[in-house]
Structures are given as structure tokens and as C-alpha cells.
Design a protein around this ligand. Structure first.
Ligand code: SAH
Length: 344
């Protein structure tokens, strides 16, 4: 029987496991705290009796991803980690330092099934979902590595979070738990390419997270060409789901728009974007596309990007151009893992 990773349990699940072993409630709290303080083995749990540890070891384990590679940008200190999971798969995690603290960009799957044409993470398809504990582990591992606390999380690494809905929800619960990392939902962004059925489910949960929508085009023809998910849920359905999300949560949605030269960056498209998003509680993030060797897509000129921004802003929409972090270490997600898979 494969053992259950303790970090895959919510506090309540851990508590019922501890009760089943005939142990008092406070042990659950002690163990939960150890896990999130970065314990990587039962030995690390100093105030837990040996007898209880031995009982736990029969059915449970504590995951510990290995740092296979760590790249540190000379430009801005951004760190990119290639992590090796217990089954030998690799994922990427990126740490960025801002004035207000550290932001971590976590992966939610090994690979991705969504097939976006410009994205490196999806090139070899999806291998499997990450468990809640494996998503949490990225934060714990990086915190242990730098010896500091991380304050903000973006789910913009490898994978489509809403294609791994249950585990991502459990992750959001655990990361928020005061006994664990205690990171508030307002400090967490979940990014999706537009899985409408799960945007609606998420809306009904009324969490205070920030939802980020990868829009990247303003008409169905272009969007379907670069994002296959659009053939399943078109722009109209996606934007209706966004309106519902805003209505349910009262949270501002962030729309990501990756600018690709000659594909989606002309003035007509900026005007269409303005029209589509006018009067919505939203913000637009313009991202110069990160060239991925195999895709052939090229960044728009800076001037063009600024012009695009101005056109969108003229509709009364706030729009920023994403600062590129760690450009010297290939920080765009998926590229390090691909290099590793291909060069073995
Ligand atoms: N699957 C989710 C989250 C992961 S991708 C989503 O689609 O939102 C995080 C963001 O990076 C998305 O907006 C995605 O479209 C964007 N992205 C992917 N590849 C990129 C590239 N080569 N250049 C710029 N942005 C990219």
C-alpha cells in the first residue's frame, strides 16, 4: 500500500487520523505545525513521542522534493527552482522579490493538457496532477532554502489549476490555515486559461482570492488558434463566467494579455479589448510574450506595447505592462523542465 503524504491532509483530516490512533487532539496541532514549519521527516518533530511517530510511519509519509537545479538571476535576484518529486517527475517554481516581500509562482500539474501555442509547459502534454501537498511543498521548500517567509502566491507555474480543481481547493484551504502557513487568500492569485465550468464552481465558493484570466485575444478565431480551450468555451461564455465571478465574490478580475508580434497586438485588437472589458471590475496585465524556441512567436516592440496599453486605458480600464523578471535565467515557466526532459 502506498503511504499517504501527511501534507495532503487538511487539519481536520489529520485530526481524525490522530483520533483513530487513540491520541489526543493537541498532537494533531503539533504535527500540523511541524509540517508547515518545514519538517522533512518524523525525526524533525521534536515534541512528538516516538511511539506516535512509529504508529504514523506505518500509513503515512512526509514528502520532500529535491532541489535538482537552482538558478539565480544576476539582474533582479529572481530564483528559479527545478524540483524533483518523489516519483521522479520534475516541476518548476519561481521566487520573485518585490519591495513588499516575496512572491512565489507555483506549478499545479506535471506538464499541462491545455495546448496553448505559445506556452512551453504544455509541449509534452500533461503527465499528472500535483497533490495539494506537492503544491504546498514548493512554498515550504523555497522558504527553507532562503530562510525567509513568503507572503504572496501566484498559481502561474506549470499546469492549469482549474484542471486540478479539488487538489487546488485543498491547497488553498491548507495554505490559509493559521496553524500552517497562514497566507491570506487576498495574497493568492489563481490563473486560468478559461475552464468556465470550474470558474463558476469557484465563484460559488466566494473565496477572496484573485482570479486571473489568460485572455490573449479578443476574437474567437485568433483565440481558438492560440488557445485550444477556446473551442470548448468561447470568449462570450468566458466573459459571462467572469461577470458571474465578480457578482459572487465582488473581487476584481485580472486579465492577462500576452502580446505576440503580428498575432494579437494591433490597434484594432486593443480597441476590441477595451470594448470587451469596459465597465468590468477588472485590471489588464500586458505581457510581452516570452519567446519559446519551438513556437516561433516574437515579442511586440516596446513602443507597440505602450501604444496598446494607452488604447486600453482610454476605455477607463487600468492596464499595466508586466515587468520581466529573471530574463537571464529563462524564468518563463516550463522551459527549464523541458530542457531537462529533452537533454535528460
Ligand atoms: N494555465 C494557467 C496558468 C499557467 S500559465 C493559465 O493559462 O492561466 C501563466 C500565464 O503565463 C498565463 O497567462 C499564460 O498564458 C502565460 N504564458 C504562457 N506561456 C507564455 C509565454 N511564452 N510568454 C508569455 N506568457 C506566457
Amino acid at each position: 500500500m502506498t503511504k499517504i503524504n501527511l501534507k495532503d491532509l487538511t487539519y481536520e483530516e489529520l485530526l481524525s487520523a490522530i483520533r483513530e490512533l487513540g491520541e489526543p487532539k493537541f498532537r494533531a496541532e503539533q504535527i500540523f505545525k511541524w509540517l508547515y514549519k518545514g519538517a522533512v521527516s518524523f525525526d524533525d518533530m521534536k515534541n512528538i513521542p516516538k511511539t506516535l511517530k512509529e504508529k504514523l510511519m506505518t500509513d503515512y509519509c512526509i514528502s520532500k522534493p529535491e532541489i535538482a537545479e537552482r538558478l539565480i538571476s544576476n539582474i533582479d535576484g529572481t530564483r528559479k527552482y527545478l524540483l524533483r518529486l518523489s516519483d521522479g517527475n520534475y516541476i518548476e517554481t519561481v521566487l520573485m522579490k518585490y519591495k513588499h516581500g516575496y512572491t512565489i509562482c507555483v506549478s499545479s500539474q506535471v506538464g499541462c493538457a491545455m495546448g496553448c501555442a505559445f506556452c512551453a509547459s504544455t509541449r509534452n502534454g500533461k503527465i499528472r496532477n500535483l497533490s495539494a501537498g506537492e503544491i504546498i511543498d514548493q512554498i515550504i521548500t523555497v522558504q527553507n532554502d532562503i530562510g525567509e517567509r513568503i507572503s504572496n502566491i501566484v498559481m502561474m507555474g506549470i499546469g492549469e489549476p482549474l484542471d486540478n480543481f479539488d487538489n487546488v481547493l485543498k491547497f488553498l484551504k491548507n495554505v490559509n490555515d493559521e496553524r500552517g502557513l497562514g497566507i491570506g487568500h487576498r495574497h493568492i492569485t489563481v490563473s486560468t486559461c478559461g475552464l468556465v465550468h470550474n470558474i463558476i464552481r469557484l465563484a460559488d465558493m466566494k473565496l477572496q482570492i484573485t482570479l486571473s484570466i489568460s485572455l490573449h485575444a479578443t476574437n474567437d478565431k485568433t483565440r481558438s488558434e492560440i488557445m485550444p480551450v477556446n473551442r470548448r468555451y468561447n470568449i462570450e461564455e468566458l466573459l459571462n463566467a467572469c461577470d458571474y465571478y465578480i457578482k459572487q465574490t465582488n473581487r476584481r478580475i485580472s486579465f492577462e494579455y500576452t502580446l505576440i508580434s503580428g498575432v494579437n497586438d494591433n490597434r484594432t485588437e486593443a480597441v476590441s479589448l477595451g470594448k470587451l472589458l469596459k465597465n468590468k471590475l477588472c485590471h489588464v496585465n500586458l505581457i510581452p510574450v516570452n519567446s519559446v524556441k519551438e513556437t516561433g512567436f516574437v515579442k511586440s516592440d516596446r513602443e507597440k506595447i505602450e501604444e496598446f496599453q494607452k488604447t486600453v486605458e482610454d476605455f477607463g480600464i487600468s492596464a499595466t505592462i508586466r515587468r520581466e523578471m529573471g530574463s537571464d535565467i529563462n524564468a518563463a515557466c516550463g522551459q527549464l523542465r523541458n530542457k531537462h526532459i529533452n537533454e535528460g
